[in-house]
Write a protein that binds this ligand. Structure first.
Ligand code: FES
Ligand SMILES: [Fe+2]
Length: 335
């Protein structure tokens, strides 16, 4: 329990911990997420795995000097080897392995260049899987441009920001007056908000282009937001923006923004547009950061009728927290 928020700093769900291209076969990387020291490695057959970092023997951190040996990771201190399930399968100087020689593995999946971990505060197995995103690697779309920040906030707040349509007008200066009522859809662990704006997206303001289109924001738990935007002007622009939010500790969040756009006209124009859209996103994020880093969380906020679907979002998000049996979830997230 954090002091800033009336719920755990670490909601349950899938979270990005690395990019695939950071980890070749045999690669080992120390990580620190969810307030824990972790080790990420890729076995020689190409599969990524994440363990609690410390060796059960005498506590060495496997991420500093540990080596992949076939499909095991070998501790740098005395050479004990652990298979993908975390079982110790070899002690180089002993024929017997103590039965308790095991490290806790975390569920991992890899898709579209992302390595994701399923975090659960009670170490329960994943109750849902990440859907595939078949369009992401298509040749019609650019590779993702990436940028990252360390921000003193909570994934609950950053995802709520996407529901808070009123702040887009006021804080970010976007004209949402012509927006039709947002469509809001919940399918288990996925929440989708669809906006059909008729406005000038600020990215096009200096070009003087009126735009109308569709913005569809999909939240997959609290760690992944995928925002697809279609902007229709003389031609059509399609943008995919990923916000990947992983709690580092009780205070800070690792925030990654990835942008891909569908090819338009030629490569130079496409890449210029992609950079401009990243610059616009960064600009917006820098307007949000001082608010996030200093705000407090009201369980029962005073909302106007024209605010976005903040309370339905909060109600949906309750499923990602484990509550102590003696506490009711409504004490944490009033809806
Ligand atoms: S501390 Fe890991 S093998 Fe001894
Ligand atoms: Fe914002």
């Amino acid at each position: 329990m954090t002091t800033r928020f009336p719920f755990s700093a670490f909601p349950n769900g899938w979270f990005r911990v690395a990019y695939s291209d950071e980890l070749p076969p045999g690669g080992v990387k120390p990580l620190h997420y969810f307030g824990k020291d972790l080790v990420l490695f890729r076995t020689e057959d190409g599969k990524p795995q994440v363990f609690d970092a410390h060796c059960p023997h005498l506590g060495a951190h496997l991420g500093y000097g540990g080596k992949v040996n076939g499909n095991t990771i070998q501790c740098p201190f005395h050479g004990w080897c652990f298979d993908r399930q975390g079982e110790c399968v070899k002690i180089p100087y002993s024929t017997k392995v103590p039965p308790k020689a095991k490290i806790q593995p975390l569920p991992v999946c890899e898709f579209n260049g992302l390595i994701m971990v399923y975090y659960h505060s009670q170490s329960e197995p994943p109750s849902w899987q990440m859907p595939g995103f078949p369009g992401w690697n298509s040749l019609d779309w650019t590779p993702f441009l990436r940028k990252s920040w360390k921000i003193r906030t909570h994934p609950q707040e950053m995802a709520e920001n996407a529901m808070d349509t009123a702040h887009m007008l006021y804080l970010h200066g976007q004209s949402f007056r012509a927006i039709e009522k947002a469509e809001f859809e919940i399918d288990g662990t996925v929440l989708i908000q669809r906006l059909r704006p008729k406005y000038r997206l600020s990215i096009f303001r200096e070009l003087g282009i009126d735009a109308e289109g569709l913005v569809e924001i999909s939240c997959y738990g609290l760690g992944i937001q995928v925002s697809y935007a279609l902007v229709k002007t003389v031609i059509e622009f399609h943008t995919l923006t990923l916000f990947l939010l992983t709690p580092i500790d009780e205070e800070f969040l690792d925030v990654h923004v990835l942008i891909s756009i569908k090819n338009v006209l030629n490569k130079a124009i496409t890449n210029t547009l992609r950079s401009k859209i990243m610059a616009e996103n960064s600009h917006n994020l820098h307007q949000d950061i001082p608010v996030w880093e200093n705000k407090i969380y009201y369980r029962q906020p005073l909302l106007s009728e024209a605010d976005g679907p903040i309370m339905p979002y909060r109600y949906w998000s309750k499923q990602f927290y484990s509550y102590l049996p003696e506490k009711k979830s409504s004490e944490f997230l009033s809806a």
